[in-house]
Write a protein that binds this ligand. Structure first.
Ligand SMILES: [Zn+2]
Ligand SMILES: [Zn+2]
Length: 201
């Protein structure tokens, strides 16, 4: 049986393709359809799936993601597993393709890679519409800063004001956080504690 030709631009390679002939898309669509059908069997429900739901989106929506067989074979795109997607309404992505974005912190151009998306949406279970706003290094820096803040709070809570080592440790934490004046304040306190300790001997 020959289906009607449906041409659309592959969002990954930007080449015109016949959607009805893309095995990868059809396979994911079938998986998605049967999965959603179990969740929403009522044909009157707005979330009830259409058997050609993914092809329809591929034909209409440039914001929605799928990839042609060529891109999937070349590894430029990864097929998705819609049964693992956390999604309330709407249609899961059929494929993951590298998505460029601008980091909100450092304004540098960054990429939300296909492999990262697969990890976020299938392993971590993030909602499928959630995406990063900050580049990897900014995310890493933020995590590091949060950890420093936690360490600092703990160190300040347990601080013995006469303990030179503890004061130096706090000074080091402040220095790492880029808080130079706080750091030198605690260095001076550490030096005073040292002098005091020597005077008491
Ligand atoms: Zn393609
Ligand atoms: Zn950044």
């Amino acid at each position: 049986m020959r289906t009607t030709m449906q041409h659309s631009i592959c969002p990954s390679c930007k080449t015109e393709k016949d959607i009805s002939q893309q095995r990868g898309l059809l396979a994911v669509e079938k998986l998605w359809y049967l999965h959603r059908l179990k969740i929403d069997p009522n044909p009157k429900s707005p979330a009830h799936p259409q058997p050609d739901g993914m092809r329809r989106l591929a034909a209409q929506n440039t914001q929605w993601f799928w990839a042609c067989d060529h891109c999937l074979a070349e590894g430029r795109a990864l097929p998705s597993d819609p049964t693992k997607h956390n999604i309330a309404m709407g249609t899961s992505y059929a494929a993951y393709i590298d998505r460029p974005f601008t980091c909100e912190t450092c304004q540098c151009p960054s990429v939300f890679s296909a492999a990262e998306q697969q990890y976020w949406y299938e392993t971590l279970g993030f909602l499928i519409w959630v995406y990063p706003k900050h580049c990897r290094s900014c995310r890493k820096q933020k995590r590091a800063y949060t950890k420093l803040q936690k360490d600092l709070m703990k160190a300040l809570q347990n601080l013995d004001h006469n303990n030179q080592e503890q004061l130096q440790h706090i000074a080091a934490l402040y220095a790492e956080m880029g808080l130079e004046s706080k750091s030198s304040l605690y260095m001076r306190r550490a030096q005073n504690a040292e002098k005091k300790a020597k005077g008491n001997k």
